[in-house]
Design a protein around this ligand. Structure first.
Ligand SMILES: *[C@@H]1O[C@H](CO)[C@@H](O)[C@H](O)[C@H]1NC(C)=O
Length: 311
């Protein structure tokens, strides 16, 4: 991957450097060392906790395979705080106030992103689950083993109609997928949610301090972090109308967030038990459903060459 294809990749640069200059040690010893530095609870918290967006993604994909507990519509008023990421296009205005959950994972406690040559030899399939668990010394009844199994299941689920998906185990494989999605000659950039202030508050009311800005994106690839022993991203794109938005938020405690969000204009194919419908109290195919991205997700969009200063 040529560095010259990157436009506003300030965020990506440290990751690329990590990839390119990563020591050529065995993947296993590196992961093990990193995992040793992290207290087990922190590690499970940072690495293996189910991510609501992923639940949402896979809920769309395959209803009966998703065994989350917060989709029962008989418990409308017990909304899991982690699901406070959804809103509707009716909320898209300056001055709007909403409770939003932003997971703020400490990057030093996140699992390492592996260079492709380290990641590729490690088995990554449900069939190889026993080997993977023994590779990482995870007892088969541990929360880590459960998370690894669930992530592999999500990664091997059939895509829904119109969806193309791929689980990337390295930055190179993620970039390759993006190039396949956009075509090899297309320039692209990566967008994320940025926390402009530091605090430990995860759920609070935020105000839209400006009118949300739509980002022109004829296509997009969203990559969500998955709970795993090392960094794994569930990347996918869908046909259909999706709007990418940048929204300036201010929390009640003064936190500032430059939040990335997406609005899905057509939800008619989604499962009626999709958690967003529970949170928003709406039906599939009615009004467009939007959600915020956590800061460790990536959204890739093509950049028109004429706008690209680097070329
Ligand atoms: C947000 O504000 C509403 C009232 O405006 C309040 O009832 C609610 O508890 C607040 N939520 C959070 C998460 O602070």
């Amino acid at each position: 991957m040529g560095g010259s294809t990157m436009t506003s990749c300030f965020l990506l640069l440290p990751l690329l450097l990590l990839v390119m200059f990563g020591e050529a040690r065995q993947a296993f010893s590196e992961i093990e060392e990193k995992n040793k530095q992290i207290e087990l609870n922190d590690h499970i918290e940072a690495t293996f906790k189910p991510k609501p967006i992923i639940k949402m993604v896979t809920k769309m994909a395959n209803d009966h395979n998703s065994h989350d507990t917060h989709s029962s519509s008989s418990h409308m008023d017990h909304i899991n705080p982690l699901l406070r990421v959804f809103f509707t296009i009716n909320d898209l205005k300056q001055g709007k106030k909403l409770p939003i959950y932003f997971p703020k994972r400490d990057p030093s406690k996140s699992p390492p992103l592996l260079p492709k040559e380290q990641a590729d030899p490690i088995p990554f399939s449900l069939k190889k689950l026993p080997q993977i668990l023994s590779y990482f010394s995870y007892p088969s009844n541990s929360p880590q083993a459960q998370a690894v199994k669930e992530t592999l299941e999500q990664c091997e689920l059939k895509p829904i109609k119109g969806e193309t998906k791929f689980c990337a185990t390295s930055m190179e494989s993620m970039v390759n997928f993006v190039r396949t999605a956009f075509g090899p000659k297309t320039h692209y950039e990566v967008l994320t949610t940025s926390h402009l202030t530091k605090s430990n508050v995860h759920l609070q009311n935020y105000t839209f301090i400006e009118a949300p800005k739509e980002i022109a994106a004829p296509r997009l690839v969203a990559c969500h972090t998955m709970p795993y022993a090392y960094a794994v991203y569930y990347c996918h794109y869908q046909e259909g109308d999706n709007n990418v938005l940048k929204i300036q938020l201010e929390g009640e405690n003064g936190d500032r967030v430059e939040a990335l969000a997406i609005c899905h204009m057509d939800t008619s194919q989604w499962s009626p038990s999709h958690p967003s419908f529970q949170v928003l109290k709406i039906q599939p195919g009615t009004i467009p459903v939007c959600h915020f991205f956590p800061a460790d997700d990536f959204v890739w969009i093509p950049v028109p060459t004429s706008n690209s200063k680097l070329y």
